[in-house]
Write a protein that binds this ligand. Structure first.
Ligand code: CDP
Ligand code: MG
Length: 162
């Protein structure tokens, strides 16, 4: 039941100075950061990470998404917790900020719609990526982190929350 997921604080979160506030929310629920690094990814790496986006959302979306994701560095984190893949998606909120519920990261820190971003020919700046399911999480953690970059340690949360 304890699993790991991949989180990226996207360039909009980094450049808006929201890394600390977003990470605080993840720490507040008791998730454990087991790996973290800042990476400025290139288009080639982006295509590996978002390998299925062209198929699911179209070539045009992949193009604007990669332009957005390579505009600056991201903070990549591997996060551990109970059912963390599903739990993290709940806290992150749905893809479109306009539809994301208040209380979610995407709902609280952004508001634009698919229609607006598509009309502007720009990527949806929704602050954070989180793996969509367990299979995606395993693939993405392997893509972003070497085994020696991931750590096992105890937090005080484990006394009370796990
Ligand atoms: O990130 P999430 O898993 O919620 O959604 P996705 O379908 O895997 O899409 C990946 C990313 O593509 C989204 O998080 C958006 O940043 C971006 N996207 C976009 O820029 N424009 C769209 N019309 C749809 C998605
Ligand atoms: Mg996704």
């Amino acid at each position: 039941m304890i699993e790991r997921t991949l989180v990226l604080l996207k360039p909009d979160a980094v450049q808006r100075g929201l890394m600390g506030r977003i990470l605080s929310r993840l720490e507040d629920v008791g998730f454990k950061v087991v790996g973290a690094k800042m990476v400025w990814m290139d288009e080639e790496f982006g295509k590996k990470h978002y390998f299925d986006v062209a198929e699911r959302r179209g070539e045009k979306v992949l193009k604007v998404l990669l332009e957005f994701m390579t505009v600056g560095p991201v903070m990549a984190m591997c996060i551990e917790g109970v059912n963390v893949v599903e739990n993290m998606r709940k806290i992150v909120g749905t893809t479109e900020p306009k539809s994301a519920q208040p209380g979610t990261i995407r709902g609280d820190f952004a508001h634009v719609s698919f229609a607006y971003a598509d009309g502007q020919n720009m990527g949806i700046k929704n602050l954070i990526h989180a793996s969509g399911n367990s299979e995606e999480a395993k693939f993405e953690i392997g893509l972003w982190f070497k085994p020696e970059e991931l750590h096992s340690y105890k937090t005080v949360h484990e006394l009370h929350l796990f």
